[in-house]
Design a protein around this ligand. Structure first.
Ligand SMILES: Cc1ncc(COP(=O)(O)O)c(C=O)c1O
Length: 477
């Protein structure tokens, strides 16, 4: 054991870190020097540095983040409690908050703002330039790139997706897969095939406002199921609704739900599949965040449990390329009506972007990008959570997503996040107010935040400002 001046080396290393903090050279939330760089600098082993960091972690000064290293914790930072399970009335409801959702969509693309409203990875956090280069190459090496794509989608892209899905135990046949203009089109097609105006469809509560937007457009009622922020739909409530109402489909996000962040536990997955199959209600499973587990362990799907009753939808919008509008839909039972419907609307999906993503996957770049991007998501979610615990009013609760990049924040009762939303928008800070995540009058004290933006002073100041606006709401100012 290395020992100097009565102190073990690992104790000295702890002092060095604390000294950096005292001098203000290492601030809350910042990464401490990596194990390797510290061991090199002090000419000691990585194991000794690791021992020091683990000891500092035990004392509550540092926190380790999977695959990202050690970060300085904040003395003011505390772990906020989870929101309670939600209690919507599980009855079919027409959807009517269309205008508010439209306002939110209008602010998309405004680059001079802090955009925490739309669930979109900032273009600097995904390999936008590399993808553009690959698209150029893919176009120049495909003589007929400016021709209609094969019906159903680019064959190589479908093969690559099928191969990728195998990595999470989901075995699909490319000829039952339809490439779509993002997941949004996939959902629209699935709902159009399964339900008519006036029919009802089950959703989680709160649920992604895009679903409500689509239900509104199709005149379909939303039947909201009480939902736990750590395991998803309340299964008893789901069972009762399946027995009581004539529902045409059940939409669920299995992995890293937007907005609550949970992943459905395996035993609940089995029961959802079983109950829906028994009731003859098709499941529309969306898995758009599934590739972003913070611990690197990609969860499986409902589709892998029931290839007949599950329609699976996903896209590259959250992981790689929101602007490319490439998603997919998989159904063994409904492929023919899906195909017919697609030919009667957009016919095909844009060819160059499909070629680019196919090449990106085939070259192994997608898998490598996911490795990195998952760590960015994990780190940003932690940084956002710490900042919220520091700046938001007493009584705030937040979710603890284990994947993806969305946080659901519940402020004390009585706070109206629509007021915060409006006031913050004047200062070019955009959030998604809780009320648009339900067809009922709910979640007015909640907001959803997109953490996939570069973490910098501007982002932290925006969170500080949102906290101040929350406190002002409480004080009635
Ligand atoms: C759960 C969920 N589904 C669908 C979408 C839209 O996906 P796409 O861009 O693939 O249409 C989003 C984007 O916010 C989302 O969060």
């Amino acid at each position: 054991m290395d020992r100097k001046e009565g102190k073990y080396l690992y104790e000295e290393i702890q002092d060095i870190i604390l000294e950096l903090v005292k001098k203000g050279e290492l601030k809350a939330g910042e990464k401490v020097p990596s194990l390797r760089s510290m061991s090199k600098k002090l000419n000691t082993s990585v194991t000794t540095v690791m021992k020091a960091y683990m000891e500092l972690e035990r004392k509550g000064f540092l926190e380790s983040r999977p695959k990202s290293g050690y970060f300085l914790k904040d003395a003011e930072v505390k772990t906020l409690p989870l929101p309670d399970a939600t209690t919507p009335i599980p009855e079919p409801n027409p959807v009517s908050k269309f205008d508010l959702v439209l306002q939110l969509y209008y602010s998309m693309g405004s680059r001079d703002s802090v955009c925490l409203n739309v669930a979109e990875p900032h273009f600097e956090l995904v390999p936008s330039d590399e993808l553009a280069r690959i698209m150029k190459k893919a176009i120049s090496s495909t003589p007929n790139h400016n021709a209609y794509e094969f019906m159903g989608g680019q064959p190589e892209l479908k093969r690559q997706i099928a191969y990728h899905m195998l990595s999470y135990n989901t075995r699909v046949q490319p000829d039952r897969m339809m490439i779509t203009n993002g997941s949004s089109e996939a959902l629209f097609i699935a709902l159009t095939i399964l339900a008519r105006p006036g029919d009802s469809v089950i959703v989680e509560s709160p649920c992604f406002f895009g679903y409500l937007n689509t239900l509104h457009a199709l005149g379909i009622y939303a039947l909201e199921i009480p939902t736990h922020p750590d395991k998803g739909m309340d299964l008893d409530a789901l069972e009762q609704s399946l027995n009581r109402y004539d529902v045409k489909a059940c939409i669920t996000q299995t992995n890293f739900n937007n907005p609550l962040g949970y992943s459905i536990p395996p035993e609940n997955r089995d029961r959802i599949v079983e109950m829906c199959s028994k009731s003859g209600v098709p499941i529309i499973e969306e898995d758009i965040y599934g590739d972003l587990p913070h611990d690197g362990k990609r969860p499986d799907t409902l589709l892998s449990r029931d290839y007949d009753n599950v329609i699976y939808i996903s896209s590259f919008s959250k992981t790689l390329a929101p602007g490319y509008r490439v998603g997919w839909l998989y159904s063994e039972r409904y492929y023919t009506p899906i195909f017919r419907y697609k030919t009667s609307t957009t016919v095909d999906t844009v060819r160059p972007t499909q070629l680019a993503i196919a090449e990106f996957m085939a070259s192994g770049k997608y898998a490598r990008h996911l490795e990195k991007f998952r760590n960015v998501c994990a780190s940003n979610v932690s940084l956002f959570s710490m900042a919220i615990s520091k700046y938001f009013p007493e009584g705030t609760r937040i979710t603890r997503p284990k994947g993806g990049f969305i946080l659901w924040v519940e402020l004390p009762k009585g706070v109206d996040t629509l007021n915060i939303y409006r006031r913050a928008a004047h200062e070019r800070i955009h959030i998604a107010p809780g009320t648009i995540f339900s067809s009922q009058d709910r979640y007015s004290n909640c907001m959803r935040l997109n953490c996939a933006v570069p973490w910098n002073e501007r982002t932290e100041s925006a969170l500080k400002r949102l906290g101040e606006l929350g406190k002002a709401e409480i004080a009635g100012k």
